[in-house]
Design a protein around this ligand. Structure first.
Ligand SMILES: NC(=O)c1ccc[n+]([C@@H]2O[C@H](COP(=O)([O-])OP(=O)(O)OC[C@H]3O[C@@H](n4cnc5c(N)ncnc54)[C@H](OP(=O)(O)O)[C@@H]3O)[C@@H](O)[C@H]2O)c1
Length: 264
């Protein structure tokens, strides 16, 4: 049947097996809810056991089969164990969403080298190790979807002490493009979602009704064509696209989830 007869079917990921890291965090939880609601079978990983249990329970209530792994992807062995959890439980690995990551904000003179290294490790090295661990399984299947988490700060600088974060997200963009080239011939797509400010515990202050937040928000929003900050629901479309057959011809892209912020 022609794909034009039922275009929505291209986005159907029911039954697919997904590994999501940082499932205790804002974006990891959004990815988990989105893929659970779409009928995927999930391996959810995080270091915070209590938050991991909550999102596992939530996704189970949505009807998904879920395995929780109380582990950060902070070593090669941990990354391999996560992929193994998917193949052991569900016999496949179709989708990897890397939603673990962190930021440390300090002016360059005040940032210890150890903090710089920690941000690079969490955002860059771990993304690379996770993709590396997923590759042989996806290669053997002849298909796979890798979704990394970048940021508008991979493209744009920031004056308030973002050297580590901006460097790390620019490196995620580099991994996305280089790996997109490398894994494309194997049937694996590699793309990144690059948000600006989204509602999350870390950014809650910017959504608040306080005068300081209002000033920062107004200045920021004057540069956002859509005129608002990001909401979790804004990530559903990009996630479904990048995790599904609909994106089979699209790899090495950084998709700005930013209301047009980086367009101007
Ligand atoms: N929120 C935004 O506005 C925004 C904007 C642009 C980009 N992003 C990017 O989106 C990703 C997720 O952000 P988020 O807002 O969901 O953040 P979040 O709520 O803090 O979640 C990130 C998760 O990553 C894990 N993590 C923290 N430090 C880690 C480390 N050193 N090593 C491994 N895992 C670590 C934590 O889980 P455990 O402690 O349970 O392991 C945490 O729950 C990040 O890469 C972030 O840079 C966010």
């Amino acid at each position: 049947m022609s794909a034009f007869a039922n275009p929505a079917q291209l986005f159907d990921i029911a039954g697919k097996v997904a590994v999501i890291t940082g499932a205790s965090g804002a974006f990891g939880a959004v990815a988990a809810r989105t893929l659970a609601g779409a009928g995927c079978r999930l391996v959810l990983a995080a270091g915070k056991a209590d938050l991991l249990s909550q999102i596992v329970a939530e996704c189970t209530a949505l009807g998904a089969e879920v395995v929780g792994v109380n582990q950060r992807p902070d070593s090669e062995a941990a990354c391999q164990a996560l992929m193994q959890a998917a193949t052991d439980a569900f016999g496949a690995l179709d989708i990897l969403v890397v939603a673990s990551g962190m930021n440390k904000v300090a002016k360059i003179a005040d940032m210890p080298v150890s903090d710089f290294a920690q941000v690079i490790d969490a955002n860059v090295t771990q993304s690379w190790m996770l993709a590396r661990a997923a590759t042989p399984i996806m290669q053997a299947q002849g298909s796979g979807k890798i979704v990394l988490m970048s940021s508008a700060r991979g493209l744009l600088g920031h004056p308030a002490g973002y050297t580590a974060y901006c460097a790390s997200k620019a490196a995620v963009d580099g991994i996305t493009r280089a790996l997109g080239c490398e894994l494309g011939p194997m049937g694996i797509t590699v793309n990144a979602i690059a948000p600006t400010v989204f509602r999350s515990p870390l950014t809650a202050w910017m959504f608040a009704d306080a005068p300081e937040a209002e000033t920062v928000r107004t200045g920021f929003l004057s540069r956002v064509p859509k005129g608002r900050l990001g909401e979790p629901e804004d990530l559903i479309g990009p996630l479904l696209f990048l995790a599904s057959k609909a994106s089979d011809f699209y790899t090495g892209h950084v998709l700005y989830a930013d209301g047009g912020y980086t367009a101007g």
